[in-house]
Write a protein that binds this ligand. Structure first.
Ligand SMILES: Cc1cc2nc3c(=O)[nH]c(=O)nc-3n(C[C@H](O)[C@H](O)[C@H](O)COP(=O)(O)O)c2cc1C
Length: 196
């Protein structure tokens, strides 16, 4: 086995990493957004399809445009977060395959099969969303992933005329731990796993 991460790193990524609903005033330089992408892009996807796309919403004007598409308290959460990433996927991700996966001519497989393309984009785009969350935490940030939004409204407002579609939304910043909710329990190994 390879060397494993330190206990401090495991705490930062998992056991003490919380979902934050409020943020400190600490600013989030654009350089950090580049660092997150340059780390998470190495996570695996099927045939190296890399369908995830990210629209970082940072300016006040764009936050105001996103807020009405978010449900209930998520609107305020987006307005108050330093940056909110719209985690999207490209429906036409396969146009990049000749370059990304030169070992096999996989493009025709997807361009002629919409069901396979949609499943592949959603599965791998969601995996990449998970890598995004872990990369942000590894770089000392906190996250608030959200699925409470009107997908049609976000697609219409931000991705009209493009091949991008929203998957989920994820605010980023340095969380305010004074405003954390009590943490929910997790299922035990016995409840969630089987070894056969
Ligand atoms: C895909 C996804 C969607 C979520 N949607 C929302 C949401 O719409 N609004 C919200 O306030 N929290 C949302 N959450 C936050 C979860 O409730 C939270 O991550 C979970 O309860 C675990 O909290 P903990 O990380 O503090 O243990 C979402 C989380 C994920 C991963």
């Amino acid at each position: 086995m390879k060397e494993q991460l330190s206990q401090a790193a495991l705490k930062l990524l998992f056991t003490e990493a919380r979902t934050y609903h409020a943020w400190t005033q600490e600013s989030l330089p654009e350089e950090k957004l580049h660092q997150i992408y340059d780390l998470m892009k190495w996570g695996p996807t099927s045939m190296n399809t890399l369908p995830m796309r990210i629209l970082f919403v940072k300016s006040e004007a764009e936050k105001q445009r996103l807020a009405p598409a978010m449900m209930t308290s998520n609107s305020q959460q987006v307005l108050h977060a330093p940056v909110t990433a719209i985690i999207a996927y490209d429906e036409k991700f396969f146009t990049h395959l000749p370059e990304l996966f030169p070992a096999y001519n996989a493009k025709p497989l997807f361009e002629n099969n919409q069901k396979l393309s949609e499943e592949t984009a959603m599965r791998n785009g969601s995996l990449q969303g998970g890598y995004f969350i872990i990369a942000a935490r590894a770089l000392g940030l906190d996250v608030l992933p959200m699925s409470g939004f009107d997908a049609n409204a976000i697609n219409e407002s931000f991705f009209k005329g493009t091949t991008w579609k929203v998957n989920f939304v994820c605010s980023l910043g340095v969380g305010d731990s004074a405003k954390l909710y009590p943490r929910g329990p997790r299922l035990s190994f016995e409840e969630a796993c089987k070894i056969i």
